[in-house]
Design a binder for this molecule. Structure first.
Ligand SMILES: CNc1nc2cc3nc(NC)[nH]c3cc2c(=O)[nH]1
Length: 386
């Protein structure tokens, strides 16, 4: 049977419109085969073809235009070939909007039993059953194409910080060579004609001249967007923000910029102020499964006994039911007895807050008042829990 992948021949081209800037903050809109993405955008993580503890429609109703799928996990279970046979990832998971997939490199480095790393690619053993797998720039793009991903990532090598300069340089140069091979495979598979996008990933660790070299040489390749990789790998927030101040000005202005793996609400606010358009992070979903709620006034740890008899909801002004309809006492109870509903309600609350923050950021840039919004939001967080 025809899969969704084939029917996207000669779709509308992938595009990014830069609608407004306010300082370094940018307001834009990406068009993909599955709709529009309002930027700055937060992309909930849907690692194994689901945003954990959420229905797809809930995720959509909160305002998400795009969810993220992990290539490493999906290639192991259920495999990309099986998802393609079933019509692609959109159909498989019931998400009819944009999907961004990562290339697998990050999980291979962090999760798998890395066996061998050569110019050709990486050989690794699955963290499930030890089975052997090979990932090259070409195989990674092939897998993302089989999934029917709208926004695909090159295979890169992300190294942990701190690291020696020559190690940072080696990984950055390899990633640049892998960017070219990823691009060749993407074009061989007709990605541009399907309206899909492939992003290059800027590396260079915390070394300013290597960051600039990576961004400039990557910018010479015809990518639909560019990610800032190699950050949020354990470095202090100040180092991450400093590297953004060096890197984004060296990236193409007319293409989306995606800061991978970031971050807390404050990381996002500060990174938008330094020219970033797209974000993904497991924080809101993972924290929700561990009893932690994000609100307009900072974080609330529902495990804490101080909530045991608090009849107030997390935030009665929120239009999210999880946030305005349930008492803290009830949420505390659910967390303490480890009920499944705790993860569902707190994940719902956290994603609702993240999308509320992104909408506030987009509106503030539209109205030329981002700096004021940033200061006010940080004051509200500092005031602490209501
Ligand atoms: C897919 N390639 C790729 N993914 C990443 C995911 C990340 N996630 C974080 N913090 C949670 N940092 C990251 C860096 C990279 C990176 O440099 N490359």
């Amino acid at each position: 049977t025809e899969t969704t992948i084939d029917t996207q021949q000669d779709a509308k081209p992938f595009s990014f419109k830069l609608l407004k800037t306010d300082g370094m903050a940018r307001r834009g809109e990406i068009t993909t085969p599955h709709g529009k993405v309002r930027t700055p955008a937060f992309m909930p993580v849907g690692t194994q073809a689901t945003v954990k503890a959420m229905y797809p429609q809930q995720v959509r109703d909160l305002g998400a235009d795009v969810v993220l799928g992990n290539t490493y996990h999906l290639m192991l279970r259920p495999t990309a070939e099986r998802i393609a046979k079933l019509g692609g990832l959109h159909k498989f998971m019931g998400w009819d909007h944009t999907i961004l997939t990562d290339s697998g490199g990050f999980q291979v480095m962090s999760l798998s039993g890395l066996r061998k790393m050569t110019e050709e690619g990486v050989t690794f053993s699955s963290h499930h059953d030890g089975s052997k797998h090979f990932m090259s720039p070409e195989r990674s793009v092939e897998i993302q194409g089989l999934l029917g991903s709208d926004i695909q990532m090159q295979l890169d090598e992300c190294i942990a910080l701190p690291a020696e300069r020559d190690e940072v340089d080696r990984a950055m140069q390899l990633s640049l060579r892998w960017a070219e091979r990823s691009r060749a495979q993407f074009e061989k598979m007709g990605g541009p004609q399907k309206g899909q996008g492939l992003y290059g990933i800027v590396q260079g660790g915390d070394v300013p001249d290597l960051r600039i070299e990576s961004a400039q040489r990557l910018g010479e390749l015809p990518m639909e967007g560019y990610s800032v990789g190699g950050l949020a790998v354990g470095e202090p927030q100040a180092v991450m923000l400093k590297m953004l101040e060096i890197t984004t000005p060296a990236m193409p202005k007319d293409k989306p910029r995606y800061l991978m793996g970031v971050g807390t609400p404050e990381d996002i606010l500060e990174s938008v102020a330094r020219g970033i358009d797209q974000f993904d992070c497991v924080m809101p979903t993972r924290a929700g499964r561990h009893g932690l709620a994000y609100t307009r006034f900072g974080k609330v740890n529902l495990k804490n006994a101080r909530h045991a008899e608090d009849p107030r909801p997390l935030d009665e002004l929120s239009n999210c039911e999880a946030t305005s309809k349930y008492s803290r006492a009830y949420l505390h109870h659910l967390v303490r007895v480890n009920e499944g509903l705790a993860a569902m309600l707190l994940t719902w609350n956290n994603l609702a807050y993240y999308q509320y923050l992104m909408q506030g950021i987009r509106d503030a840039i539209d109205e030329g008042r981002f700096e004021e919004f940033r200061q006010k939001t940080k004051e509200d967080w500092a005031r602490g829990d209501i």
